[in-house]
Design a protein around this ligand. Structure first.
Ligand code: ZN
Length: 489
């Protein structure tokens, strides 16, 4: 159906910066407080008050820009973006228009651990957030009224605008994932899409293959404020199919803003899109331009942590598969845990396997993260050492890990209290094997006459008598030895 169109996607991402106070006043930015308790005359838009720029927010924004490979401009300025909406007490938002903080960046799209494509970042600018409307009803249409909470008004944001470089919903998903990865290592935002500290608007248009004009002139549909990367993907997929079908019928695509309903996976029309000049931007008269010295920018660049690509490299060198590395890179807590555990236990693949299977299973079950894991990296390393020494089989170790997680106890103590340690004493196993061999002469005869399957039965008998605690490879070897002697006798 899409074969006669090319999909054109650009993303605008708003990221709330994790500062103590708001962008232009000293009110707290804490999430989840009683409505309207974190407000003052500045963020309420009272007349006669003056905004003062928060330096910590500038530092966060500069870091984000540099980590996204942007050029940070030594001179940028603030502008008033004017629109009327009840969540905006001043009736304008302080933003940056024609001279943004930074431009010309890039984000890699990573597939199987390698850069498959690079998406250009057009610009990054700073702005203040608006308040939040809470509608009294199921839907805005039949709400009895709306309450406004201005705690969020004035919270610092950066807006990261990509070029329209993505060609599928999957590329958009990978772009957002990597953008979030990059920002997560800077520790400048909570990046929680479901809480709104990272929000994405997706611009989607279809270019007929015989259209050679500017991409900007194509009718563009903007899907607003989608609350997860998965829903951005779903919204774009729906929008591609909707537009293709309309165009197939010879209908025109209307430039508009659409919402996304995650219940039925569809986008729905909200309003026709304002043109930029509807906002009547003009320079903010109450704030001086933002001037950054070369040494300030240079220092910020020097302080950047390793990029996700560098971390992938580190993991690949340790023998971690590309798939597992993606899981670790996307979770800073997992990376710290992995680094601590591999510092004290040499088999890095083993650490990775246990982290991403059994430890992750327990984190989910207990609602924990790798930061709050009740079995820490050292405790996991202690458990893995018991497997390596042969004290525990992999299966037993899973049980011990469950108990460690439940009780917070040490691996060795739990092994003792459960009495589960593996039997690796050769003489002890030999004694059981001899019993089993003596008790099953027909099966032994079958094995000696070439029926290999008979060995499995005998191993099973030994494991049964030792309550599964004999070390299986030792049981195997000893059984073969004993039966070889039996054949000679
Ligand atoms: Zn305030």
């Amino acid at each position: 159906m899409n074969s006669t169109y090319e999909v054109i996607i650009g993303l605008e991402v708003h990221v709330e910066l994790k500062t103590q106070s708001k962008l232009f006043c000293s009110c707290s930015t804490e999430f989840g407080a009683e409505p309207n308790t974190h407000t003052c005359p500045v963020c309420l838009g009272m007349p006669g008050v003056l905004p003062v720029l928060n330096e910590a927010a500038v530092a966060c924004a500069v870091k984000a820009a540099l980590a996204l490979n942007c050029t940070v401009h030594p001179f940028s300025k603030f502008d008033r973006k004017q629109y009327f909406y009840p969540d905006l007490p001043k009736a304008y938002q302080i933003s940056q228009y024609d001279e943004p903080l930074a431009e010309h960046g890039s984000v890699p799209i990573v597939i199987d651990g390698a850069v498959a494509k690079t998406v250009a970042v057009r610009r990054i600018h700073m702005e203040e957030d608006a308040g939040k409307l809470n509608h009294l009803g199921q839907r805005l249409g039949d709400a009895k009224g709306s309450l406004v909470d201005l705690n969020r008004a004035g919270v610092p944001l950066v807006e990261i605008v990509s070029e329209p470089d993505m060609r599928s919903a999957d590329e958009a998903r990978l772009y957002l994932t990597e953008l979030r990865n990059v920002l997560s290592y800077l520790d400048i935002s909570d990046l929680r899409m479901e809480e709104g500290s990272m929000r994405c608007d997706a611009n989607v248009s279809l270019r007929p293959l015989d259209y050679h004009g500017s991409l900007e002139d194509l009718p563009r549909v903007e899907i607003k404020n989608v609350n997860s990367i998965r829903n951005v993907y779903r919204g774009i997929e729906y929008e591609i199919a909707r537009q293709a079908e309309k165009m197939g019928r010879g209908e025109r695509i209307v430039k508009e803003t659409r919402g996304f309903d995650d219940q039925n996976g569809r986008t729905y029309s909200q309003r026709s899109k304002e043109e930029a000049n509807d906002y009547r931007y003009f320079p903010e008269p109450d704030l001086p331009p933002l001037v950054l010295t070369a040494s300030y920018i240079e220092e910020a660049a020097q302080s950047l942590p390793p990029s996700p690509m560098a971390i992938r490299q580190e993991l690949a060198e340790a023998g971690v598969t590309a798939n597992d590395a993606e899981v670790i890179v996307a979770d800073r807590a997992a990376l710290e845990y992995w680094r601590s555990a591999t510092a004290v236990f040499a088999d890095k693949r083993q650490v990775t396997n246990w982290m991403l299977s059994d430890v992750s299973r327990l984190l989910n079950a207990y609602g924990d993260t790798f930061w709050t894991a009740r079995v820490g990296p050292q405790a996991l390393a202690d458990l893995l050492a018991l497997i390596e020494r042969g004290t525990l089989s992999g299966r037993m170790a899973k049980e011990v890990l469950d108990r460690m997680y439940e009780t917070g106890g040490r691996a060795e103590d739990i092994v003792q209290s459960m009495g589960v340690s593996q039997i690796t004493d050769k003489a002890a196993i030999q004694a059981v094997v001899q019993q089993v061999v003596a008790g099953n002469p027909h099966v032994v005869q079958d094995y000696l006459s070439g029926k290999d399957k008979a060995l499995g039965f005998l191993v099973g008998q030994v494991m049964k008598q030792t309550k599964g605690q004999a070390k299986p490879d030792m049981v195997n070897a000893i059984l073969k030895d004993v039966m070889a002697d039996y054949a000679k006798a």
